[in-house]
Write a protein that binds this ligand. Sequence first.
Ligand SMILES: Nc1nc2c(ncn2[C@@H]2O[C@H](COP(=O)(O)OP(=O)(O)OP(=O)(O)O)[C@@H](O)[C@H]2O)c(=O)[nH]1
Ligand SMILES: [Mg+2]
Length: 474
Amino acid sequence: MIPEFAILGHPNEGKSSVLSTLAEDDSVRVSPIPGETTVCRTFPVIVDGREVLRFTDTPGFQNPGRVLVELKKRLKEGGDALAEFRRYAQAIPELHDDCELLLPVERGAGIIYVVDGSRPVRNVDRAEMEILRLTGKPRMAVINCKDRDESHLDEWKNEFRKNFNSNRVFNAHRATYAERLALLEALKSIDQDWHQPLSQVVLAFTRDWAARTEATVDIVTAMLRDCLSLELRAPVSGDEEARTRREQLFRRYGEALVTRERQAHEGIRQLFKHNIFDYQLPPHSLVHADLFDERTWQLLGLNKKQVVIAGGLGGAAIGVGLEMAAFGHGLGIFTVAGTVAGALGALFGGETFSSKAELLGMPLGGEELVVGPARSIDLLFVLLNRALLFYRHTINWAHGRRDYQAAAALPDPLRRQVFTDGWSAGNIKICHDFFRTIGKKGADGASQRQRFRELLRTTLEEISNSEGDGEERG
Ligand SMILES: Nc1nc2c(ncn2[C@@H]2O[C@H](COP(=O)(O)OP(=O)(O)OP(=O)(O)O)[C@@H](O)[C@H]2O)c(=O)[nH]1
Ligand SMILES: [Mg+2]
């Protein structure tokens, strides 16, 4: 038996939004105009290719007072009052929505009653709650505070105690994975028959989340490996041609990194089922900054203390990496306005070019120009921090949320954008070792990669267990 829950309530209270977030389905229709949902629609929750749960979206109550009177009348007469009421209401246009919303209840669905807890309780709400109580079906009330105002919460909870088996605060816009899981966990208790199947669902959800974390580790590790090992070559002959070729090569190198990074972010987005809407990060997010912007590197790269730690670890890569960072910052290469090509191109202009080019792994001599693999470990940290930022935003963007403009205005303090800032010498070493095996030809690096993956997994778990993405929370 697949448990079904119908989401019921007054029009425009956020029923569809709650469903969308609970089912992680952004195809659910949500609108600021009341009466958006007019027919019931069932959304399956699929885990591992198997349907484990279904939620049914319903229109809001239209005439709860009248429904209550009619239902009570039929209850007095005995028999299946709900079915009889629906048969009667079918022919009455004013009761269309009320008849429709009770359809899943009639077929045995559990009830999730959604109210906007930021407004006071009214008589129509009391009528709705009583109708639901009279159906005798297992039911839970969910308080979705649209505004931050929670002053009416106690008033609502008082009403709920009379009419529901359980109640919970759950916000359609800000609920995290843990809160979704907690709601499912609570649903178990509203009816004994559901205890077993819902325990299975909770287990499937937990496993599925762990699998997604592992898949994120795969995506980020592969992206880092590809970006850091990227090497581009072009044949050259003659000074004039060399200069043009060089610029082309740098442009291609920069674009390839940007493309590969974007591909990884897209993979994360799909993994967490954001299929339709573009939940942009706020414009001031460092994910939007140019990958080769000096500020990006200063903020997301190693901090001063960590540079000393990494320097102490020795090895050609870090030595040259530091050289490159100093070289880059010193000449202000990353600040060259305009394109990636401009920034990278400028890196190799000027007198000092040939001596520095060697250091950067870009020998000029011979017939071939080579760009990469990356020599600066800062690139690893920049790409890693940006991937973590993207991940945090993705897992905290509830599927029912559609206020993209409002989100763009939210603060995203810089200090909360750098995950590696407080990292210990031990963690820096793990990254350093991983980085070095990537740069080294013929190196296997399995154990270094394994340790790096573990560090990444722990970091993702910490982000997923923490309090969302720094947006103001209710
Ligand atoms: N700020 C905020 N807005 C919300 C929240 N939940 C829903 N809304 C908004 O409230 C409006 C109505 O949301 P819906 O989910 O469509 O409400 P509904 O109960 O399904 O409405 P009908 O289908 O018309 O009965 C939409 O503009 C939502 O974006 C919330 O938690 N916070
Ligand atoms: Mg709706």
